[in-house]
Design a protein around this ligand. Structure first.
Ligand code: HEM
Length: 195
């Protein structure tokens, strides 16, 4: 069975949408931090008992791998077929160097963050957050991670809509609003430790 480029692009869009749903869920879950240690730890202790949660994390890992491989291969095919002078950037409309530096930074951040969270060894995730964001270097890394995520979503969401046959123009403001809500929500966690 061979996949056409359009099918791969659609599958990539669905993988991105699954991740996007997780990111909204992740940001909303993290807001528990503002309600204190017992609310935050209680929520994550409950979540970490669910088999469905482990399944979701497994799906996220597989989809991230798939998303990255398809994006890389699309850029490579594009480079080979167009010749140097006519190479289009992928995603379109964003300079190739900027897009790939941003996406690469986001990818490295996700891997780093995943390992750091899953192997922290700290029984209280709340304490883990407080210790983490008391280190200036971690503040910089997490701020950079959240900014690259926002930039990535800002150009990826309209492109997902287009792939699914929906004109993205009427949703321009909704996309900006969603990205801003995510940015502020995530950043509010380190900021509440620092301030
Ligand atoms: C300031 C921003 C962030 C904070 C404070 C934060 C915090 C956390 C915490 C506490 C966990 C552990 C959850 C658990 O053990 O169940 C976690 C896991 C995770 N985070 Fe974040 N996170 C942030 C941003 C992000 C971003 C931007 C992404 C992705 C783009 C992300 C992706 C993940 C993933 C994939 C996991 C592992 C799966 C999970 O346990 O939910 N995080 N994060």
């Amino acid at each position: 069975m061979s996949f056409t480029s359009a099918t791969l692009k659609k599958l990539m869009a669905f993988a991105g949408l699954f991740w996007f749903s997780y990111i909204i869920f992740h940001m909303l879950s993290l807001l528990n931090f503002h309600f204190g240690q017992s609310a935050f730890d209680g929520f994550y202790d409950w979540l970490n008992q669910l088999l469905a949660y482990y399944l979701m994390v497994l799906i996220l890992i597989v989809l991230l791998g798939f998303h990255v491989i398809v994006a890389l291969s699309r850029q490579l095919v594009n480079n080979i077929s167009k010749g140097q002078a006519y190479q289009k950037s992928y995603p379109q409309g964003v300079p190739r160097f900027v897009a790939w530096t941003g996406a690469g930074t986001l990818f490295v951040f996700i891997i780093f963050h995943f390992i750091q969270m899953k192997f922290s060894g700290e029984p209280s995730l709340y304490q883990c957050m407080v210790e983490l964001f008391s280190q200036p270097v971690m503040l910089v890394i997490y701020t950079l991670g959240v900014i690259t995520l926002s930039a990535h979503l800002h150009h990826a969401l309209p492109s997902v809509l287009q792939t699914l046959g929906i004109s993205s123009k009427p949703y321009h403001l909704v996309v900006i609003l969603l990205v801003l809500i995510l940015l502020v929500g995530f950043i509010s966690i380190p900021m509440s430790v620092v301030l």
